[in-house]
Design a protein around this ligand. Structure first.
Ligand code: F6P
Length: 324
């Protein structure tokens, strides 16, 4: 097999484990005798030909770090035909044979647009805390984000219990409730609000009243940021106006995106990184590397971003039954 020139980038919201993925890609490619260039700041790196050579030593001591040492961005210019053409020209000018892009939905959509203008191999890696990509059981960063949010909920519960208060905790998830469901179920939340379902404020108040009657003195309501227009603050306002009760609010926000990746995220990132290199070598392109039922798989970009990954409704029901 001829030696190839790989480009790698991280794009969109950063996710813990992106560094582990970069290390996996760079070291596997170098082990196999290939060359790797890192494009800095996501797709801007392709638009501005901002490439740095990456060898095994350039990815030392990053496995355990959150964020991405290549930096990341959301890049509106890359959504324009001119931007895509420029990126393709720069990839050709640098004699790149294959691109591996780590990111979420927007990143993979960028890959799909680039495919039309560039004939190199393109493999995506699912890097987002949202876990909203179809075809992979989990995305890189999701497990860490869930652990971080769960740790916060446990702490909130201490103070909620002590003061006999109601708390609303807002977690990330504009369009999907994966984080809210995991955190709500495992944190014993009384309510879990997700974007996949309509929110019935009166029903929540009724359940709170019933809970109080049955002896509950504190409650935690987990709200995915996209579950209700205005997020947890708006839910609190509407609950207050119906029930007269006071609700404390805690928005976890970008805390959930940082921190050292869990073992599970490192494992996923490392194995998918190496797998992506071998997939491109084998001539695969236009696909996201993922893991489904403990097997590494390649999912066409159109499916990964186009098909809806469904929330596990049984788990949601279980969480609700146990919150009695
Ligand atoms: O896609 C990851 C994510 O963290 C979402 O959960 C969240 O809605 C969004 O990014 C926030 O984006 P930004 O960091 O650009 O505000």
């Amino acid at each position: 097999m001829a030696h190839m020139r790989f480009a790698v980038l991280t794009s969109g919201g950063d996710a813990p484990g992106m560094n582990a993925a970069l290390r996996g890609i760079v070291r596997e490619a170098c082990f196999l005798g290939h060359h790797v260039l890192g494009a800095q700041r996501g797709y801007y790196g392709l638009l501005e030909a901002d490439f740095i050579p990456l060898g095994p030593r350039d990815v030392s001591n990053i496995l355990q770090r959150g964020g991405t040492f290549l930096h990341t961005s959301r890049c509106p210019e890359f959504r324009t035909p001119e931007g895509i053409k420029k990126a393709a020209e720069n990839l050709r000018a640098h004699h790149i044979d294959a691109l591996i892009a780590v990111g979420g939905n927007g990143t993979l959509q960028g890959c799909m647009a680039l495919e039309k203008e560039w004939d190199g191999k393109i493999i995506g890696l699912p890097g987002t805390i949202d876990n909203d990509l179809y075809g992979t059981d989990e995305t890189i960063g999701y497990d860490t984000a869930v652990s971080t949010a769960l740790d916060a909920i446990d702490k909130i519960r201490d103070t909620a219990m002590s003061h006999e208060r109601f708390f609303l905790v807002e977690v990330m998830g504009r369009d999907s409730g994966f984080i809210a469901l995991q955190v709500g179920l495992n944190g014993g939340a009384e309510e879990i609000l997700v974007p996949e379902e309509p929110v019935d404020i009166q029903a929540i108040v009724d359940r709170f009243v019933a809970g109080k009657k049955s002896g509950k003195t504190s409650s935690i309501l987990v709200v995915a940021e996209g579950a209700y227009p205005g997020g947890a603050a708006a839910v609190a306002k509407d609950l207050r106006s119906l029930s007269g009760d006071d609700y404390r609010i805690c928005v976890l926000g970008h805390l959930q995106r940082g921190g050292s990746p869990t073992a599970r995220d490192r494992m996923l990132a490392t194995s998918l990184g190496a797998f992506a290199v071998r997939a491109a070598m084998a001539g695969e392109s236009g696909k996201m590397a993922g893991e489904a039922s403990n097997k590494m798989v390649l999912v066409p970009f159109a499916d990964a971003v186009g098909k809806k990954k469904e929330l596990d409704r049984e788990l949601l029901d279980l969480a609700r039954r146990l919150a009695m």
